[in-house]
Design a protein around this ligand. Structure first.
Ligand code: G16
Length: 629
């Protein structure tokens, strides 16, 4: 260590003389500051990464290489059973300041499986960054001793940077620090943050997670997208993407090179010619509830914003007419909270695993078979025999933070019966918690999020997808979920893969061919078309005390389809008559059939809503991937 430390001290003096100790803090996502104040910190993060790689490598030598990761990596990974394929663990370092202005920069360390740096080493990082030049060597030796490091062990650091102008200079300092601390460096150049996380995971799993190249990343995503959506939709989805003038634009463009245009089209805006994160990007849109500059869109267009390093995504759109003009600071759009992503995914995961619903969800137990038909499971199969993927049910869970919209939490917990956990802000906390579920969905309201499939869940899915002993529907559900596990970035939230996943889910949603077939009279209380629907509603209503229900089509000259999975549930108690009402109400002016129901209890109102919705699906021409009739 002495020899290594002397080299470091010499370099420090040469570059920074005797600058006083700093006041940097390894925060929510590493160090962030104005780029011109960050040089010495980045140099020292190079040193830290070289030490951290030794710490993981030292414990993954031949005797431990095949054991579950939980045996030798700190607690955040204890629920992952993926083992490193070789004793040569590498760590990653990403140079980015994400959503912050272009004059800023930042640096963060990535663990061997692509997660955020473990807590103990965050403290080491802060100590190292704040040491004076004179005490630097001493701090390095203290860390090495505390972590039991062997200076003779090799060490490898994988690095990348976003497209900030300061990135190149900081990269040079990072490599210098890492090499002086004995590491070999592999520079991937300009990448998104999630791509670097992906590379690190690929390298450390010997390619089992994917090929550790840019092309490997794009190929994996595009082929998983097509596996999730095997049949060409009637018309391609179109999304306008605000890339914040960051690194995500290039990544999106390249991945779209492998995605068939008949499935999905992406129109890129703010793709690098403007100033990074300047009046654009996910944080601008989310915090300001405003459209980004540089994106022209009409009512009904679906738009998404990335942040500068493409680890966040938010969706937004403009409302039709003046429906929301009363919300003065939000005149242009209804903003789609990220919590809705959790809801979509929670819905998707639950719908594909119907056997779960017999356990704890009163509401879902009572759903009609045709509801399941909409999700890819043959109608009738639920009530006749429980479906399971192999012998083990794979329970999903959702993780949110205090910022999550309360409605989304209630929807997930009460309607879907999905357990929802809450953690402190920070991907590192959410990710850790999500890994405790077999399938863990996590999203922060600001746009970070992903879905983690534990190795046990992945194995079950891949077996069930090919198991001749299960029904075709189970095989299909399992292979769809398996494809989702390949599409979504398991290391960290990834705007590009999240976008593809959301679009795949939206393509998958079940539709009726033409919502305009639903026609009503009597102030929308009586449905005259399609034939038989009103009679069916009357029968359902008569079966429940104090019940009422109607369906209506929002009359506008829109074509398209009915969305069934994009549900925002609205519940309230009508104080005048003490009846509960329940809607399935996708949104204000979307192309949907609305279903309204009320009944004596909330449970009955919920039940009636879905029963009527199922009738609409049956009688108004529900279409989509399955329905096996
Ligand atoms: C980072 C973290 C996120 C966190 C965000 C804001 O994101 O990865 O988990 O939500 O900072 O954190 P805070 O509220 O503490 O400022 P990013 O996209 O900026 O790297």
């Amino acid at each position: 260590w002495r020899c290594l430390v002397e080299g470091l001290e010499r370099e420090e003096k040469k570059r920074w003389g005797s600058l006083p100790a700093g006041e940097a803090l390894y925060g929510t996502a590493g160090f962030r500051d104005r780029a011109d104040r960050l040089g010495r910190v980045v140099f020292r993060v190079g040193v830290l990464a070289a030490l951290r790689a030794r710490a993981t490598r030292g414990k993954t030598d031949s005797s431990l290489a095949c054991l579950p990761l939980s045996n030798y990596v700190s607690p955040p990974f204890s629920s992952l059973s993926l083992s490193l394929s070789s004793p040569a663990a590498s760590v990653g370092v990403m140079i980015t300041a994400s959503h912050n202005p272009v004059q800023d920069n930042g640096v963060k360390v990535v663990e061997p499986l692509g997660e955020m740096l473990v807590q103990e080493w965050e403290d080491f990082a802060t100590r190292l960054a704040n040491a004076s030049t004179e005490t630097l060597g001493k701090v390095v030796e203290e860390i090495a001793e505390a972590a039991g490091l062997d200076p003779g062990l090799p060490s490898k650091v994988l690095l990348a940077r976003d497209n900030r102008p300061s990135g190149d200079c900081l990269r040079e300092l990072l490599v210098s620090g890492a090499e002086l601390a004995g590491a070999e460096c592999n520079d991937y150049g300009v990448l998104t943050t999630p791509q670097l996380h992906y590379m690190v995971r690929c390298v450390n799993t010997g390619g089992r997670y994917g090929a550790a190249t840019e092309d490997g990343y794009y190929d994996k995503l595009s082929s998983a997208f097509h596996q999730m959506v095997p049949e060409c939709p009637e018309s391609p989805s179109l999304v306008k993407v605000d890339a914040a003038n960051g690194v995500g634009g290039a990544s999106m463009r390249k991945v779209m090179g492998g995605v068939r245009g008949e499935w999905l089209k992406v129109e890129l805006c703010n793709d690098g010619s403007g100033i990074l994160n300047d009046q654009c990007g996910a944080d601008f849109v989310k915090s300001g509830q405003k459209a980004p500059k540089g994106v022209e869109f009409l009512a009904g267009d679906r738009c998404a914003s990335f942040d500068g390093d493409a680890d966040r995504i938010v969706y937004f759109w403009k409302n039709q007419g003046d429906l929301f003009s009363c919300i003065e600071y939000q005149p242009f759009s209804v903003f789609l909270q990220m919590d809705s992503f959790s809801c979509w995914m929670g819905t998707r995961l639950r719908l594909l695993q119907p056997s779960l619903f017999t356990s704890n969800s009163r509401n879902f137990r009572s759903l009609s078979p045709s509801w399941w038909g909409m999700s890819g499971v043959p109608r009738g199969s639920l009530t006749k025999r429980p479906i399971s993927l192999g012998s083990v049910v794979i329970p999903p869970g959702v993780v949110q933070t205090a910022y999550a919209n309360g409605g989304s939490t209630a929807f997930l917990e009460k309607l879907l019966g999905v357990p929802v956990a809450c953690t402190s802000t920070g991907v590192k906390h959410l990710h850790h918690k999500a890994a405790s579920f077999d399938i863990g969905v996590y999203f922060e309201a600001n746009g970070h999020g992903t879905v983690l499939f534990g190795s046990r869940a992945q194995e079950k899915l891949s077996v069930a997808a090919k198991d001749a002993g299960v029904s075709e529907a189970v095989q299909r559900a399992a292979s769809l979920l398996y494809a989702m596990s390949q599409l979504v970035n398991q290391a960290v939230g990834d705007a590009v893969s999240d976008l593809l996943m959301v679009e795949a889910i939206l393509i998958h949603k079940k539709v009726v061919k033409d919502r305009m077939v639903v026609k009503t009279t009597d102030f929308e209380r009586n449905c005259v078309s399609p034939e038989g629907l009103q009679e069916a509603i009357d029968t359902l209503v008569a079966s429940k005390p104090r019940a009422r229900s109607f369906v209506r089509c929002y009359i506008q000259q829109l074509k398209l389809h009915v969305s069934w999975l994009k549900i925002s549930e609205v519940k309230r108690k009508n104080s005048e008559n003490s009846r509960w009402v329940s809607h399935i109400q996708p949104s204000g002016t979307e192309d949907v059939v609305r279903v309204y129901a009320e009944a004596e209890t909330q449970a009955l109102a919920d039940e009636l809503t879905v029963q009527v919705a199922a009738k609409v699906f049956d009688l108004a021409g529900g279409t989509g991937e399955t329905p096996t009739r």
